[in-house]
Design a protein around this ligand. Structure first.
Ligand SMILES: Nc1ncnc2c1ncn2[C@@H]1O[C@H](COP(=O)(O)OP(=O)(O)OP(=O)(O)O)[C@@H](O)[C@H]1O
Ligand SMILES: [Mg+2]
Length: 287
């Protein structure tokens, strides 16, 4: 394999990928979070502002670096780009109490003016208790967290992936029965109205308190190059669907469709309403 030094392309990752996905789908987004006093923080803010994202809620943390994930990849002429290693730069410390309070205050001030609050928690310390409490003060709170789902008790809808769901319930999901048990257990644990377990190549399953579960198969299983960040795309499209009046099932289908597009490309990527519409048309033509 010939290794190529890829040009150093920077893209928003982690929670910033969810923000970016929302904006590219046409939403007006107020981003909330922390960056370090560093070049990465400045360039993330610039990338956001270039697509019209309001960055007033992005605060600077002088004690911690902007979380940065560097993916070193290579490719040869006959193969797709493949990741070799990832190097992360982050702090294990929590932001100080004053900063936590400022984030919470910003959310508190602005939550009445938005249609939904999305909590994208990659475990890097931004979502501390005061921040979560402020976010859950919104009637439509969507949560995508890698761990500790119980901290978001009372949110509207969660989107754990399979490993996250298994970790939260403490058993493996191996078949339809354990999947159903996990869905129920997660609804109990979080007191949520809906639980959407995203299941990689198996698509996703939506659970609610009344009517049981609905499974949506993955729409694209052949042109899959990189699934990184697909969950962020799901959350973004699904949230906008709900805001626009779709049922949770319809919103999940939109999320699934949006994910089927971004997994065609290397790295964390975004999609647009017109791409989703085209994907839907070709899906329906294939029926
Ligand atoms: N290998 C795959 N083949 C087809 N579709 C996939 C595949 N992986 C993911 N998807 C699509 O993307 C959606 C979300 O993927 P997944 O469950 O892996 O989320 P995730 O692990 O939270 O992603 P990430 O954390 O990287 O953002 C799935 O529900 C499915 O629609
Ligand atoms: Mg995820």
């Amino acid at each position: 394999m010939i290794l190529r030094h890829e040009s150093t392309r920077q893209t928003p990752g982690g929670g910033a990928n969810a923000v970016f996905n929302l904006a590219k789908l046409g939403a007006q987004v107020k981003a909330v979070g922390l960056v370090g006093k560093d070049d990465q923080g400045r360039s993330l803010r610039a990338m956001f502002e270039a697509v019209g994202i309001d960055t007033q809620g992005i605060l600077e943390d002088a004690d911690r670096p902007t979380v940065t994930k560097t993916r070193i990849s290579g490719h040869s002429r006959q193969s797709v780009t493949q990741q070799i290693v990832r190097v992360d730069r982050k702090s294990d410390e929590l932001p100080d109490a004053a900063l936590q309070g400022q984030l919470a205050h910003y959310i508190h001030q602005h939550r009445q003016s938005v249609d939904a609050v999305v909590c994208s928690d990659y475990g890097d310390g931004t979502l501390t208790s005061p921040v979560i409490d402020a976010a859950l003060g919104h009637a439509r709170a969507i949560v995508d967290t890698q761990k500790s789902l119980h901290r978001y008790q009372g949110a509207t809808l969660f989107t754990p992936n399979l490993p996250e769901a298994e970790k939260a319930v403490g058993f493996e999901i191996t078949d339809a029965t354990t999947l159903r048990q996990a869905g129920r257990a997660l609804l109990d644990l979080t007191q949520a109205e809906y639980m959407l377990i995203t299941r990689g190549e198996a698509g996703m399953s939506l659970f609610d308190r009344q009517s049981g579960e609905q499974t949506i198969p993955a729409f694209n299983r052949t042109d899959v190059f990189d699934v990184t960040g697909a969950g962020d795309t799901v959350v973004a499209a699904l949230t906008l669907g709900l805001i626009a009046g779709a049922s949770p099932w319809e919103a999940a289908v939109l999320g699934n469709l949006a994910a089927s597009i971004v997994i065609r490309q290397f790295g964390t990527t975004t999609t647009t309403v017109s791409e989703i519409r085209a994907a839907l048309d070709s899906l329906l033509e294939g029926e």
